[in-house]
Design a protein around this ligand. Structure first.
Ligand code: A2P
Length: 356
């Protein structure tokens, strides 16, 4: 079929990539509508070389829309996604607004596309850090089973939006020029204090919970379980724990992942083979030739790059790996558009019970 597509947050860091991913997608696009806030309404964005005027998002924006891709913050999704579904638009939501709703599938297509069967109009796109972690671990889980995951992330500033990218670039220039910096956005725009990100690492992404974990760390734990343990966000089948940090890299997150498999006969060669054969993963692991994944090489690519696979020398069945992926593409825009492509191929790109 042909689809009328709306992009909510079309002027943002993720939204601009969503436009590009829709341009390059296998979807048969009849029309596109570019939505954002009143701040940018009236400005122009390009789609396939043609200018489109950005419009302010209202409930009626979704009249006649078949597919709405949201990436304008959780509160915008909470307000407008139900309005879109009411008007017959399937929503793929890149925010955390609906990820833990038991009625809403949380999907990385290569890992759990079967969860799409049960959708009620909204499909949630996982957190960027969760996506690249499950992409690197699913081939290993399929072959050897997974008991435990301990992850440390090194996340790019673009995950916090265009203002965070600009702030980090400005700070970098100011530091080199010997000027004073005045952080206003990072680590978290809505939190009380702000710190310099340029030439610095901040072990805080999203706000702190009472238990001492950040909300980003909470997301990695529960989203991973929901995706890998048949929808059970509290499953104890796989133990997961996380530390999330922000590094002064513009685009592409890195993760150091320590994991324990169930089948203790697992080998590095077997893990290499599983990753190489997994759709969407690229193995870059050749220490003798200094080959390993790096953010500057992953930017602009859709794949998850995996390397540094090595056993814990004192603990049989436990391993390390290092993964890198473009947080704005596989971590956000590409995964969302890929979900839409799967829905289309599975004949599920419609709101159940809605007749046009
Ligand atoms: P706008 O540019 O009009 O403010 P980023 O992640 O780079 O910060 O981008 C956020 C995106 O979300 C932008 O496209 C922004 O539009 C959009 N956005 C923010 N608030 C709203 C809102 N209340 N309604 C619709 N879009 C919004």
């Amino acid at each position: 079929s042909e689809y009328n597509v709306a992009i909510v947050g079309a002027t943002g860091a993720v939204g601009t990539r969503m436009i590009q991913m829709v341009e390059e997608s296998s979807l048969n696009v009849k029309s596109v509508k570019m939505l954002a806030s009143s701040r940018t309404a009236g400005t122009k964005v390009k789609f396939k070389g043609k200018d489109y005027t950005v419009e302010e998002t209202t409930p009626d924006s979704f009249e006649g829309i078949d597919l709405a891709l949201f990436s304008a913050g959780g509160s915008v999704s909470k307000k407008f996604a139900p309005e879109a579904v009411k008007r017959g638009a399937v929503v793929v939501d890149n925010t955390s607004a609906f990820r833990m709703d038991p009625e809403v599938p949380l999907v990385v297509p290569e890992v759990n596309s079967e969860a799409l069967q049960d959708h009620n109009g909204i499909i949630a796109n996982p957190n960027c850090s969760t996506i690249q972690m499950v992409m690197s671990l699913e081939p290993i889980r399929e072959r050897y089973g997974l008991a435990r995951i301990i992850v440390t992330t090194l996340q790019a500033v673009s995950g916090a939006g265009n203002r965070a990218i600009q702030e980090t670039l400005d700070e970098s220039r100011d530091v080199l020029d010997g000027k004073k910096v005045t952080p206003k956005v990072l680590p978290v725009a809505g939190d009380k204090k702000h710190y310099q990100q340029a030439f610095n690492v901040l072990p805080q992404i999203d706000v702190f919970e009472d238990d001492g974990y950040t909300h980003e760390e909470w997301k990695m734990i529960h989203e991973t379980k929901k995706i890998m343990c048949e929808g059970d966000m509290d499953s104890d089948a796989i133990q997961v724990t996380a530390t999330c940090s922000r590094v002064p890299v513009p685009v592409a997150h890195s993760e150091s992942v320590y994991f324990e498999v169930l089948d203790k006969s697992a080998t590095v060669e077997g893990i290499h083979e599983a990753i190489s054969n997994f759709d969407g993963d690229i193995l870059e692991d050749d220490p003798a030739n200094q080959i390993y994944p790096q953010p500057i090489n992953a930017e602009g690519k859709r794949e998850t790059f995996v390397g540094r696979v090595r056993p814990d020398l004192e603990n049989k069945g436990s391993f390390h790996l290092w993964n890198v992926s473009d947080n704005l593409l596989k971590g956000a825009a590409w995964n969302s558009v890929e979900i839409a492509e799967y829905l289309d191929k599975m004949d599920l790109l419609r709101v159940p019970g809605f007749t046009k």
